[in-house]
Structure formats: structure tokens, C-alpha cells
Design a protein around this ligand. Structure first.
Ligand code: KG4
Ligand code: ZN
Length: 335
């Protein structure tokens, strides 16, 4: 089994060749950080043009690195949503063109399904498992019951967790992308200096909210301006601590709502955060669940997880027509 996966839904242009055992035979991933840095965030039009400019070359390099041609493929899988639609179009059309030219099945992959199944790439993780997906665009808790069977327990009612990190970094002028910058600053800070709210903590259910926390960070930044490096570090630490506590609380609620799950899995860029990971590990331990954080390069956006989701669906006899329409919004439950 050999799958080519393409990822273009946000600011990473990716191509990967994955086999049936979940081995990544070759991959190329190009981050557009430098293109978007001047704007302090991802600009959709800039992203789409960059995907268009680089994707063909990255695919050719990936195939060459593995010494394979399109004729060797069993399927072509491309992210077809949700995401920035200009970029999604680039990957979807490229994937369809290769599938058509080479006479191979095409799989239109939901980007979130890619994240949801990434923990099974090269690992023997049985269904069902509990998934916390926390990235720049998404923050939700799901029970992954099987391929195509995702039960949402809760999600954010306003910002995504990664978005909150990015906005906090912007407010504190820590640079872009925000998550790693906030984590770095926080490592030098005192998380007790500012007492930030813990939105949704203790509330019924598994929903998240980060806009109140963001406002509290903004007020703290304004009240203490001009900000010394130490105050920035203290605000970053207080913010990160609040997010970690809220996530631990929400996950504990989710565990109670998903009896029978033995594994807690995190995915999305926020899963890179060590303070958050440590908190989640403690929650998992307390409830007798195994905690799995896939390797960082599989947690963040990548094409290998798209190829893998294609393999998982193809094994169940699924494929998609070449007139499948890319979708800017595509809830995982509709997969
Ligand atoms: O999954 P991802 O690479 O892309 C999508 O959004 O789909 O996630 C990126 C997000 C950004 O918001 C980034 O600030 C956040 O993940 N992030 C982090 C860390 N590294 C990346 N957030 C907190 N701590 C980190 N170390
Ligand atoms: Zn993502």
C-alpha cells in the first residue's frame, strides 16, 4: 500500500508518501512563516499563492526521494477542507489531477480527520480513544470511535486555544508564531503574579472559551505598560497556566462522558506545549488512561497524516469522486 498525501489548508505546504504500515517513506513540508510574519498572522491570499508556487516541486521531490513514480501509488489523498479555501483548492485540484492522470483512486480528506487519526500513524492505538484537538483554528474534544465515527463532546464557543496563544503573543509583542514564543517567555515568568480567569472551569460539559482570558491578558498588558521583559514573562506564565488548568478540567469532564476509552490523545500545535502536556498527563494518570502525544511533527499540520487518513478510509473501501467540492467549513461529525 502506498499513498501520496497533500496538505495545503493553512500555512504549511506538504507532500508525503506513506505506506500501509504507517511508515513515512518521504515527505516535504514547507512552512510559510516568513511570508506571514510581517502581518502577524496567516493571510489567506498570500497562503494560497505560496501553496501554488511550491506544491508541484514538493511533490516531485517527495516522489524522487522515495524513488517512486505516480504509477506506484495505490491512492492520492488531499485535504479538501476545512481551511482557507484558496489553499484548499490548490491541494485538492493538484491531488485530483494526479489521481486522474495516473488512474488512481482519490480521497478527499477532512483535515480534522487527519489530525484525529494521526495518533494511529505508525502506532498500534486501538479505537475508541479520547482526542483533544487544539490548534490555531480548532479546539475540541472528541471520542474517536472508528474511522469516520467521531463523537464531539465539546468545542470552543469563541477562540481556538492556539489562537489565544497567538493573540497573547501579539499583545505582549513576543513575535510570531505565538505559541512557542509564549511558552518560551513563560518559562522565565511567575505564573502566580497575575490571577487570570479560568473560563468554563467547573462548568458542565466539555466546551471551551478563551475570549475572556484574552481580554484579561489585554487589560493586564495595558495596566502595566510599558511592559518590562519580566512583566511579559509573568503575564505569559499566568496565561499559559490558566489555559493548562482549563484544558485539564475539560478533559476530566470528557473522560467522565466517555466510559470505556483507555487512551487520551492530543493533537494540534498546542499539544507542543510542555506545561499543558504535563497537566494532561496528570489527568490521564488520575483516571487510569494512557496518555499519547504523537511526535510533534505529527501533531502539527503535515501531509503524512493526510496520506494516512486516506489509507484508513481506502482500507474500508472508500474513495471520493473527482468532482468532490472543497469545503471551507467541514465539521468532523459530517465526515
Ligand atoms: O496544528 P497547527 O500547526 O496548525 C493549525 O492551526 O491547524 O497549530 C498551530 C497553533 C498556533 O496557534 C500556535 O501558536 C500553536 O499551535 N502552538 C503552540 C505551541 N506551538 C504551537 N501553542 C502553545 N504552545 C506551543 N509550544
Ligand atoms: Zn491542523
Amino acid at each position: 500500500m502506498l499513498a501520496l498525501g497533500l496538505e495545503t489548508s493553512c500555512d504549511e505546504t506538504g507532500a508525503a508518501l506513506v505506506d500501509g504500515e504507517g511508515r513515512i517513506l518521504a515527505e516535504r513540508l514547507l512552512s510559510q512563516l516568513d511570508e506571514h510574519r510581517p502581518y502577524g498572522g496567516v493571510v489567506p491570499e498570500v497562503a494560497a499563492r505560496a501553496h501554488l508556487q511550491h506544491l508541484d516541486r514538493l511533490i516531485a521531490e517527495t516522489m524522487a526521494a522515495a524513488g517512486r513514480g505516480f504509477a506506484d501509488l495505490d491512492l492520492v489523498a488531499a485535504t479538501c477542507g476545512p481551511g482557507l479555501i484558496g489553499g484548499v483548492f490548490v491541494g485538492a485540484m493538484t491531488g485530483k489531477a494526479i489521481a486522474l492522470a495516473a488512474g488512481k483512486p482519490f480521497l478527499a480528506i477532512n483535515h480534522l480527520e487527519g489530525h484525529a487519526l494521526s495518533a494511529r500513524l505508525g502506532a498500534n492505538l486501538p479505537f475508541p480513544y479520547l482526542l483533544l484537538l487544539a490548534s490555531g483554528g480548532h479546539c475540541q474534544l472528541l471520542v474517536v470511535e472508528g474511522v469516520g465515527r467521531y463523537r464531539k463532546l465539546g468545542g470552543t464557543i469563541d477562540d481556538a486555544a492556539g489562537e489565544a496563544f497567538d493573540k497573547t503573543a501579539k499583545l505582549l509583542d513576543l513575535g510570531y508564531p505565538g505559541g512557542p514564543a509564549v511558552e518560551k517567555a513563560a518559562s522565565l515568568g511567575d505564573s502566580a503574579r497575575f490571577s487570570f480567569p479560568r473560563p468554563m472551569k467547573g462548568r458542565k460539559g466539555c466546551d471551551f472559551s478563551f475570549s475572556g482570558l484574552k481580554t484579561a491578558v489585554r487589560l493586564a498588558a495595558e495596566e502595566n505598560a510599558p511592559l518590562s521583559d519580566q512583566i511579559k514573562a509573568d503575564i505569559a506564565a499566568g496565561f499559559q497556566q490558566a489555559v493548562a488548568e482549563v484544558m485539564a478540567d475539560r478533559v476530566a469532564h470528557a473522560i467522565a462522558l466517555a466510559p470505556g476509552t483507555r487512551d487520551l490523545v492530543v493533537a494540534g500545535g498546542v499539544a507542543a506545549n510542555q506545561t499543558i502536556k504535563t497537566r494532561l498527563q496528570a489527568v490521564a494518570d488520575r483516571h487510569g488512561l494512557a496518555f499519547a502525544a504523537p511526535p510533534l511533527k505529527l501533531c502539527t499540520d503535515n501531509a503524512a497524516m493526510i496520506a494516512w487518513a486516506g489509507i484508513e478510509r481506502f482500507r474500508l473501501g472508500q474513495s471520493d469522486p473527482l468532482d468532490f467540492a472543497p469545503r471551507p467549513r467541514w465539521p468532523l461529525e459530517d465526515t
